[in-house]
Design a protein around this ligand. Sequence first.
Ligand code: ARG
Length: 264
Amino acid sequence: MKKTIAKILVITLALILAATAFTGCKKKGKTLDELKQSGKLVIATSPDFPPFEELQSDGSITGIEIDLLNKICEELGVKLVISSMSFESVLPAVQTGKADAGVSGITITESRKKNTLFTDPYCLAAQAIVVTEGSDIKSKADLNGKKVSVQTATTAEKFCMQNGYSVSAYEANSDAEEALLTGKVDAWVIDDLTAAEMVAVHNAGEGTKLVILSEPMTTEPYALAFNFGSEDLVAEINKIIKAMLADGSMKALFEKYDAPFTSP
Ligand code: ARG
């Protein structure tokens, strides 16, 4: 009898410890004051997503969202600090407090909203299908039963799984592209503006040409991702986004990168 009680106690204690360890890694997002006090805004990003964020050969990261964040940081009076990682690590970095914000062409979705505090959207994108020239895939309907590459943890991955395609997920976008070029998959599904940029760069070189099918498959509102607790900070950033949408400076940011702009 005594032994059973001891056992129950040990198990309960282990459970309590496990639970605190788990909640221990969940941090609250910074308030506007806390952020200003820290003097910096740390963003988590996956810089393989031109024209939004792209790693340059000199090690710098450039793009529409980097310009947008520089503008936001200037308005808030803090320094922008970029922490680069794979896309699948971006939202976890925000949830565990390793970064103040996730900035990675992130689409607002109902399931992400459970763990993420999003700003208002600042633009709209869509999923696009990329194939090699001469492919017999001409539209979404032709994807049934086909092999498709995507980036891990993206809305493209979710969309393709839900549609029952045979999905190969890659940590880096460039590897998802490479899978198509080497014939491992029949199509590559990726957000349209990034598809346009990466395909243009690829097609400027030698070898097999890539084609983007003109069938936008989803609507993807892009926003900046914060953690709960940052509500007043997000409200402040929403004001900046609203003003930039109203005075044309958001559109101008896209024009700077030769990207078409769709207002949310
Ligand atoms: N918009 C898509 C999503 O939210 C893809 C984003 C990929 N971003 C990146 N930086 N690789 O899932």
